[in-house]
Design a protein around this ligand. Sequence first.
Ligand code: FES
Ligand code: FES
Length: 191
Amino acid sequence: MPTTRSDPGNSGVSSVTLRVNGVDHRIRIDNRTSLLDALRERLGLTGSKKGCDHGQCGACTVLLDGRRVNSCLIFAVTLDEREIRTIEGIADDDSLHPLQQAFLDNDGLQCGYCTSGQICSAVGALAEADRGWPSYVTEDVTEGIASSAALSRAEVSERMSGNLCRCGAYVGIVDAVLQAADTHSDQGRQK
Ligand code: FES
Ligand code: FES
């Protein structure tokens, strides 16, 4: 049951439970606080980066109930008990997520500022492809795409186009997502 409560003495402040990487955090926040600011400034999870703070760069991308979102555009107070996953929760204990490993293998970064957003976005993008969701460049949008294993370079570029990289590491980023898509589909076939 939702547990968001307005502070009786201050209508601009609420208590909310943010479930981040499987851990519940009960906090009181100004209703205007973005999820990005709540993560970074209240919970100390600084992996999600602030680039534009206007939904234009993707540096702040996290997963909300498994779908990628720009955390700078969402009010934290609306997310009571929703499942939030940040870059800090992507690895499987001591094992890197296949996308983290792929970014290393393919030099998918230079300064690294955009990287956490790129990786979270790529996790969401592969899940979207596995659901069959088309992109702007999908040949038949009514048919969709078979799975993440069917992603081409053009598909990856289009699906990752909301994540900007000021260093221009795009070639390595696309290579990394394609590598992870292969690993991902291999794992799927083994199930
Ligand atoms: S900081 Fe959120 S999209 Fe740029
Ligand atoms: S690696 Fe520097 S902004 Fe992308």
